[in-house]
Write a new protein. Structure first.
Length: 237
């Protein structure tokens, strides 16, 4: 039986999910409110981590240690790094990496975590394919892409930085938390998936695009998750 940890960095990214939960029970740890209950019949803990990699890492480890989750999913919005990907489309993580990890002065490539065997964390391949199929069923009006999620403690809002993320990391979308959750999942030996709805183009139009399109993008993520839960019902209950 699965216990799924569903994390959003911001309240608006998970509020619809919490509304759909049954048998809800809230608890507070490290300043975060963890809502445990049944989401579409599956034991799930939904939580707002707060923005940034440290908040996400703390949140994900609490989910593992205190709630016994054995699958971590991060849902939210991101900026597109691929011109094929439009606002409202979905990106599913095949991999996740921190783009602001930089000890290149000591000889390691940018993005490599010193003294760790892995720095590019691979999402569960079967789960990625299941999520892609679910997205195509639930959101036929948009496109679903697979690719690398790159994370750092900065909002990407310049074309120059966007191009660097593509050239250096072959990133598909940029955000601020997913790779931190992926690292926690790796260290604990549990599967993960990052689901990112595209809210902006990660360039100079970022602030305007984000405010206008984030709400619509979040709805696509919720649709995907509802279909994924339905498709995996027998396995997860």
């Amino acid at each position: 039986m699965k216990c799924i940890g569903l994390i959003g960095a911001m309240e608006e990214e998970v509020s619809l999910l919490k509304e759909k939960m049954q048998e809800r029970e809230e608890s507070r740890k490290a300043g975060m409110v963890f809502t445990r209950g049944k989401l579409w019949g599956v034991d799930t803990v939904v939580v707002v981590s707060g923005i940034g990699k440290v908040n996400m890492a703390v949140c994900a480890q609490i989910l593992v240690d205190c709630f016994g989750v054995n699958l971590l999913i991060n849902t939210g919005v991101a900026g597109s790094l691929d011109n094929r990907i439009d606002i409202g489309d979905i990106v599913l993580s095949t991999q996740a990496q921190q783009h602001d990890m930089d000890v290149s002065a000591l000889g390691d490539p940018v993005g490599i975590i010193p003294r760790m065997e892995e720095s590019i964390f691979k999402a569960d391949a079967e789960l990625v394919e299941a999520a892609k199929a679910a997205c195509e069923k639930a959101n036929p009006d948009i496109h679903c892409f697979l690719g690398k999620v790159v994370s750092g403690d900065q909002f990407i809002a310049s074309g120059e930085k966007k191009n660097w993320l593509v050239e250096q990391f072959q990133g598909t979308c940029a955000e601020m938390e997913g790779a931190a959750m992926a690292q926690v999942a790796y260290l604990n030996g549990i599967p993960f998936l990052v689901i990112r709805a595209i809210s902006d183009k990660a360039d100079n139009s970022g602030q305007e695009d984000y405010a206008v399109f984030a709400k619509k993008a979040i709805r696509h993520s919720v649709n995907l998750l509802e279909q994924l839960y339905a498709d995996r019902e027998q396995e997860w209950k």
